[in-house]
Write a protein that binds this ligand. Structure first.
Ligand code: HEC
Ligand code: HEC
Length: 360
């Protein structure tokens, strides 16, 4: 087995254990983020730099655009040129607090470097090679200089480190000033009456909190809510190609006979995980429509309507039969989980310049 496959097997085992873990808890205020500020500053340049993709046409910000809630505003993400992706591009805001990354939870939230490596090197996102990234960075004198401050004096840009440096920038992108944080820290007036009613429903009758808890509103576990299939996945050969390629890399049995997104099953291979996805964060929803792994809901009203009916086919949820004022209260509460827009400008990118001779 190749090392990469071995790693996937270990991940599958970790995920299988997670599927059952669920702690009854409440939401919590967002803690202070932890990141290396010097590396995050260099990472900001790399995040916006199109030269980090194989054909120098896409940067991380193409699909995680600060002006679109650090997502791309589309139901399903466009992939690398000539491909199309089969899932929604999630916001990266507050992702330093995630327990698992990706809609199917396939990556460990503690390992941002691996996540960035996958985003950059996978053929369907940025199709970039770590060694090529390293040589490109070395031919930009300003980057070599910034590297000395961010990493170590005398150190030369290195492919693996580039992933971690972008990761430090991602960890620095966090929302601030959400009404819910002020409320949880004791300011009763931070939520209005309707929002407080929504919070009671969230913790009580609607029991959203059983899955959406902790600082970002996610238990980090896998659940089946039965979101309807996005017909664009079944209909579009380009999206199919990317999906089947993902299944075959994950070693999913009999993958050619699947036309739908099976979620975490492709990773764990446990039939109980068919159609399960990792609970997403509920922060900054104001900026990140459309919702769910396949962007099937355009508004929070549609999401709450879906939960009121008990979710979709095969869901583990019960119908809530919420009244229209209860639905309004829940939506108003969800909005209170959004902070101020996180504004980061694209820096002016330094140009290539042939480098003087140096050590390997
Ligand atoms: C072509 C579009 C595209 C590009 C370019 C891209 N991403 Fe993503 N990103 C996605 C999609 C789609 C997902 C979700 C994939 C899945 O769940 O299967 C994702 C997932 C993520 C996540 C996990 C978020 C979560 O909630 O689990 C982070 C963090 C992230 N990307 C950061 C980056 C960084 C950093 C870069 C640049 C190195 C990057 N992305 C480049 C589309 C893209
Ligand atoms: C059994 C666990 C569970 C419960 C209970 C639950 N959710 Fe979810 N929630 C999830 C999962 C899993 C997803 C992702 C589903 C997908 O993408 O297919 C999700 C997605 C969402 C999203 C979309 C987030 C995004 O960024 O796309 C919102 C909003 C949401 N839930 C709100 C609620 C509300 C409000 C309630 C209570 C009425 C609730 N949830 C109850 C597990 C749960």
């Amino acid at each position: 087995m190749k090392p990469r496959n071995l790693k996937r097997v270990a991940l599958a085992a970790a995920l299988a254990g997670l599927a059952t873990a669920s702690i009854a808890a409440d939401l919590a205020p967002l803690p202070e983020p932890k990141f290396n500020a010097k590396q995050a500053e260099l990472g900001r340049y790399f995040f916006f730099d199109e030269r980090m993709s194989g054909d120098a046409a896409l940067s991380c910000a193409t699909c995680h655009n600060p002006q679109k809630g650090w997502s791309d505003g589309m139901p399903l993400s466009k992939g690398y040129p000539a491909s199309e992706y089969f899932r929604n591009s999630p916001t990266i805001v507050n992702s330093g607090f995630k327990k698992r990354f990706m809609w199917d939870g396939r990556l460990d939230g503690a390992d941002m470097g691996t996540l960035v490596r996958d985003m950059m090197t996978e053929a369907h996102t940025m199709n970039m090679d770590g060694r090529l990234a390293q040589e490109r960075v070395k031919q930009v004198p300003e980057y070599v200089e910034m590297w000395q401050t961010a990493v170590k004096k005398g150190d030369d840009p290195n492919g693996m480190r580039i992933f971690n440096i972008i990761g430090e920038f991602v960890k620095s992108v966090n929302s601030k000033n959400a009404p819910i944080d002020r409320f949880l820290k004791g300011d009763q007036s931070a939520l209005n009456g309707t929002q407080r009613e929504g919070y009671e429903l969230f913790k009580g009758k609607a029991n959203c909190v059983s899955c959406h808890n902790g600082p970002i509103g996610s238990d980090g576990s896998l659940h089946r809510t039965g979101v309807p299939e996005n017909p664009a996945i079944t209909a579009d050969p380009l999206r199919h190609i990317t999906m089947l390629r993902h299944y075959s890399t994950s070693g999913m049995p009999n993958y050619m006979n699947t036309h739908v997104d099976v979620g975490s099953y492709a990773i764990t291979k446990d039939p109980k995980d068919k159609g399960k996805f990792a609970t997403p964060s509920l922060r900054d929803l104001k900026y990140t429509a459309p919702y769910m792994h396949n962007g099937m809901f355009a508004t929070l009203d549609e999401v709450v309507e879906f939960y009121s009916k008990g979710g979709g086919a095969g869901s583990e949820l019960k119908a809530l039969d919420l009244s229209s004022s209860e639905k309004r209260a829940l939506v108003a509460f969800l909005e209170s989980l959004s902070g101020d827009p996180v504004v980061v400008e694209k820096p002016k990118l330094p140009a290539y310049k042939v480098r003087a001779f140096g050590k390997n």
